[in-house]
Design a binder for this molecule. Structure first.
Ligand SMILES: NC(=O)c1ccc[n+]([C@@H]2O[C@H](COP(=O)([O-])OP(=O)(O)OC[C@H]3O[C@@H](n4cnc5c(N)ncnc54)[C@H](OP(=O)(O)O)[C@@H]3O)[C@@H](O)[C@H]2O)c1
Length: 325
């Protein structure tokens, strides 16, 4: 194992127990990404990994160059920014989503810049479509090192008035899609000591009213990541659960909503998708296990749950009135 160049970086690393390479105090905010760290998972990694010095870091674990990566939901927003960022760092990327025209334009642009990118049609709600998309990606990329489960949609409205179609759409996209993809990708990832990245949300730890089902699917994604990280450990597949902050993407225009209730305009300044994508790429390189946005809300909800309930409720009544709530 002395000749590190012969092996993927993460195979030449040593694992030392009780390292604190990734430890940050709860609520710690990363200045570059603007992300805060999780209160529950306040030790995002329990191992210290020593590797070759690559791309400026002394303890870098995984180099992006040459990694074969499939990104779901790569036709816009965070997924598109991830595809661009990863390809420009030398990864071979497969872009998956339903809007093939958008995927092809992005892939063509990246190819014209000299990067390796191709578009694979995939509807994550359909198990057959996921299977054929992954098979195509493995064939074209020559294997698979990283699966990024980024595709997702939201629903805005009360749970009691939610239609069966909307419920199916949100749960099938945000949960079934992730499970289908991991099931199909796992044998390929195991062969490569690969990685699964699940993109979740700050709402996963404290649901906001009217976004309850969306928050619930993201909570389940947290649980899936925690459990599967251990289930996949014997196959040496690492799982990163990345909770993204509020980001300026097309998510709100894709959000399904209750009849007569539209998403309120967002006046806050949102994170740029490129910035969030860079932070995710950083977490992949360092093989983080959990990065969490929204620690402020989580702190508040833990310390003063009734106050948070009250504030949310008053805000809703003010906006919609008690009767139409
Ligand atoms: N924006 C935020 O504030 C925010 C915050 C926290 C977490 N997130 C999470 O970040 C992820 C990316 O969202 P985004 O903000 O970048 O929104 P976005 O621009 O709407 O991107 C969503 C992506 O998911 C894809 N998608 C949706 N349904 C699909 C399906 N059935 N099959 C395949 N692909 C599907 C869409 O592609 P097609 O329509 O072409 O299929 C699109 O590329 C989501 O999981 C979201 O929950 C977003």
């Amino acid at each position: 194992m002395k000749d590190g160049a012969k092996y993927p970086t993460h195979l030449v690393t040593e694992h030392l127990p009780y390292g604190f390479r990734h430890w940050r105090p709860p609520g710690y905010r990363d200045r570059r990404s603007g992300l805060a760290y999780d209160l529950i998972h306040m030790q995002p990694a329990t191992t210290l990994k020593l590797g070759r010095r690559i791309e400026g870091g002394w303890l870098t674990v995984r180099t992006i160059k040459g990694q074969r990566i499939l990104i779901t939901g790569a036709s816009s927003g965070i997924g598109e920014a991830l595809a661009r960022g990863l390809a420009r760092q030398g990864a071979r990327v497969a872009l998956a989503a339903r809007r093939m025209d958008r995927l092809k334009d992005i892939a063509d642009e990246l190819q014209a810049e000299g990067h390796f990118a191709f578009a694979a049609p995939m509807d994550v709600r359909d198990a057959h479509s996921v299977a054929s998309g992954i098979a195509q990606a493995v064939k074209v990329l020559g294997g698979l090192d990283i699966l990024i489960n980024n595709a997702g949609i939201a629903y805005f409205g009360e749970v009691v008035r939610m239609s069966r179609e909307a419920l199916d759409a949100v749960i099938e996209t945000n949960i079934y899609g992730v499970i289908y993809a991991i099931q199909k990708a796992a044998p390929h990832l195991a062969a490569q000591h690969g990685m699964v990245v699940n993109v979740t949300s700050g709402l996963s730890k404290r649901a906001l009213p009217l976004l309850t089902v969306y928050a619930g699917t993201k909570s389940m994604l947290n649980a899936l990541s925690d459990g599967m990280r251990l289930e996949l450990r014997r196959h040496q597949i690492h799982v990163l659960n990345y909770s993204a902050p509020e980001t300026a993407t097309e998510l709100s225009s894709h959000t399904l909503h209750e009849e007569g209730r539209s998403l309120p305009p967002i006046r806050r300044r949102l994170a740029e998708p490129e910035r969030v994508a860079n932070a995710i790429i950083g977490a992949i390189r360092r093989e983080r296990r959990q990065v969490f946005a929204g620690a402020g809300l989580l702190w508040l909800a833990l310390l003063m749950p009734r106050v948070v309930d009250h504030v949310f409720y008053r805000a809703l009544v003010l906006r919609y009135g008690r009767d139409t709530l």
